[in-house]
Design a protein around this ligand. Structure first.
Ligand code: GLU
Length: 396
């Protein structure tokens, strides 16, 4: 049986594939140190769970309006006003089945065939694939570890053509953990807006910044606001990955377009999850400081451990819960007598001989790095750092 041609144009999500591989090995009783999943290991806080139970009992078991429950949109409007200093109206918000769905809806709503989307690399695995599915053309702008994986306004200017429609920004970044300063975001958005290019600002890691850089949403600048679309959600900040609630905010015409696509693809996001998200977003991240403190501790441990290892090039990641070491210096070394020619191959060695599941940088457009998620227990991280060091030291 032959599938559609569009299947040949895209790759499967490597973050999901490797996480599934690690889970399958664990089910066989093999002890895998899984550093692949980009999700908090904490359970959803009890008060949010309670809100979901209450919602079921109160009969929130039916369809909701396609674009989201009014009380959830109100909570999101309030969040934007209080945390980001932005006045969005409820009709400028679309609630979807996770931030991933919000991003897909956005691309389907704005791209015509052949429109170019500028994506700084390293990028989150799904941006280019979604752009291709929406018949757009991903234009990758690479940035190396030396610049902390950040692109410059000059680099952006040079990449713009008459076909450029969107610039994707993701700060804090998955997979690098890099955080753009407010001035850096302003400078990049100024270039985009001067060229009448839309900015998709993926802010899903907004509340996970550890180096003191203030989070900055470009929609808070009145001149930029008409061009900016903000994506956020409850997955990472509230440990709610499985509940699948994300949202998109921006110009009403495009939001209506994205809602039209959603109305034909999925309808509303899960009613019970939406009620839980109302509770999460209304209470804010204040009650979750314990998670933040724990991530902060793990980040310090992993960064310091990796920085002391041979071959590793790494700057401190400012946010998210990833480290993204550059391992270009291992290329050409050998392991058990065979040359190591790619980081993908090193990741295979890591999982088969050292029990570590990490995602090769290739999946993020950075083939000389790999991604480690520290959203797992200190116990696992301590074991993993020892194993990772042994793996590097076994190279000759
Ligand atoms: N965003 C997370 C990650 O990068 C979850 C998996 C996915 O949807 O890619 O690991």
């Amino acid at each position: 049986m032959q599938g559609a041609q569009r299947l040949d144009k895209i790759h499967e999500s490597q973050t999901l594939a490797i996480t599934a591989k690690a889970a399958a090995l664990k089910r066989q009783g093999i002890k895998v140190l899984s550093l692949s999943a980009g999700e908090p290991d904490f359970d959803t806080p009890a008060y949010i769970q309670e809100a979901a139970f209450d919602a079921i009992r109160a009969g929130y078991t039916h369809y909701t309006p396609n674009n989201g429950l009014p009380e959830l949109k109100d909570a999101i409007v309030k969040k934007f006003r209080e945390e980001n200093g932005i006045d969005f109206k409820p009709e400028e918000i679309l609630v979807s089945n996770g931030g991933k769905h919000s991003i897909a809806n956005f691309f389907f709503a704005v791209l015509n065939p052949g429109d170019e989307v500028i994506i700084p690399a390293p990028y989150w695995v799904s941006y280019p694939e979604m752009v291709k599915l929406a018949e757009g053309v991903p234009v990758i702008l690479p940035a190396g570890w030396e610049t902390n994986f950040k692109i410059s306004p000059d680099q952006l200017k040079k990449a713009i053509t008459s076909k450029t429609r969107v610039l994707v920004l993701n700060s804090p970044s998955n997979p690098t953990g890099s955080v753009y300063t407010p001035d850096e975001i302003r400078a990049l958005c100024q270039v985009a807006v001067d060229h009448e290019i839309l900015v998709l600002s993926d802010e899903i890691y907004e509340h996970l910044i550890f180096d003191g850089t203030p989070h900055f949403c470009p929609a808070s600048v009145p001149e930029f606001k008409p061009w900016v679309f903000v994506v956020n959600g409850v997955s990472k900040s509230f440990a709610m990955t499985g509940w699948r609630i994300g949202y998109l905010a921006g110009n009403k015409t495009i939001i209506d377009g994205a809602a039209k696509i959603q109305s034909q693809m999925t309808s509303n996001a899960c009613s019970v999850s939406q009620k839980a998200a109302v509770e999460a977003i209304s209470k804010g991240v204040g009650p979750l400081n314990y998670m933040f403190k724990e991530f902060e501790k793990r980040r310090k441990f992993v960064f310091e451990s990796m920085s002391a290892m041979p071959y590793v090039n790494l700057k401190a990641p400012g946010g998210a819960f990833y480290v993204f070491p550059d391992l270009s210096r291992i290329i050409g070394k050998s392991y058990k007598g065979a040359p190591v020619t790619t980081i993908n191959q090193f990741c295979e060695i890591l999982i088969s001989d050292f029990r570590i599941a990490a995602v090769p940088g290739d999946a993020f457009g950075a083939p000389l790095s790999l991604r480690i998620s520290y959203a797992t227990s200190m116990e696992v991280l301590e074991d993993a750092m020892t194993q990772f060091k042994s793996a590097l030291e076994s190279l000759e």
